[in-house]
Design a protein around this ligand. Sequence first.
Ligand code: NAD
Ligand code: IPM
Ligand code: MN
Length: 352
Amino acid sequence: TRSVPLAVVPGDGIGPEVVTEGVKVLSAAAARHDVTLETTEYDLGAGRWHATGETLPDTVAEELRGHEAILLGAVGDPSVPSGVLERGLLLRLRFDFAHYVNLRPVKLYPGVHTPLADAAPDDIDMLVVREGTEGPYAGMGGVLRKDTPGEIATQDSVNTRFGVERVVRYAFAKAQARPARRLTLVHKDNVLTYAGELWQRVVREVGAQYPDVAVDYCHVDAATMFFVSQPERFDVVVTDNLFGDIITDLGAAIAGGIGLAASGNINPQREFPSMFEPVHGSAPDIAGQGVADPTATVLSGAAMLEHLGLEAAARQVEAAVAEDLRARAESGSQRSTERVGDDLAKRVVEQG
Ligand code: NAD
Ligand code: IPM
Ligand code: MN
């Protein structure tokens, strides 16, 4: 029996609700392969901040570091000033643990409703490789002449050759391993000329080593249009941190909704634990009602199992989700968060 030390950060709002179901389903899948997920829960988020003023104490960060992976629900709460938990906890973990790949599949499962009139599952099957540690997220900039009519706020976008190259390399490797072998750089090089030129040049240079991958470029504004009008244009998309944030919510919307959208914050070199979390946030509007869809967390967990080398377990979880989504299309009845988790765990256990 292999034992995997897994840090669990339920967080705020619906975070604890979806993470409970995620752990349930993932543990069931792992158990089928003689693997135990040795979970340790960390109480981080709004509650802790109100009680102690802490977002992520260094001692806790150090403990998290000792795990093989982190499963996170969501952070952010209306009672906490915007950004305190998002920057102090979530982004800090992504930065400290060098999660330079934010991997976000956009995939329409059979039977799932898409708002796109003519799209079939084959048309929506892409992998967004979002840069995770730089861009406007870096926290560079500041405020001058605060509270005067001349106030100036700047928020700089950081793009290092090192940071761009490592994520572009990862994206090319992913593209080469997929049947379509296409990679689209999404940026805004007609306006953000310094950063855009760097991204373009790196894609050109790295691309020279991947002659079998077809390379394309799309401005981010046009990309939002094509996500809706021609999603089949995209296979692997590589993009900057902020553009990737925005287009993956759109990706979630075209592929069945934010309740299904999975993501992994990955450190491919495994110097630090990678962190898996749904694309969605803490959803304060539905928190505590037991109605949040845990599927995004479960699929993020499948990506985690794959990262841990448990490919067969990952495929079982994905197959269980695919079956469940097909069954939903037929029954049409609403289930609670817990019920979806129970049904998924059951399917994982009963699969051949
Ligand atoms: P959100 O994703 O929390 O919610 C957007 C909408 O989607 C809401 O109507 C919500 O009810 C719905 N939704 C989200 N997840 C769902 C699920 N699993 N099942 C069903 N419906 C779901 O985004 P928001 O409202 O912009 O942000 C709320 C808070 O979450 C903010 O504090 C924000 O900073 C934070 N946030 C955190 C993360 C994260 O932890 N990774 C991601 C996004 C937003
Ligand atoms: C996401 C979220 C985060 C982001 C926020 C909460 C910092 O929107 O994971 O997509 O912008 O990356
Ligand atoms: Mn987002």
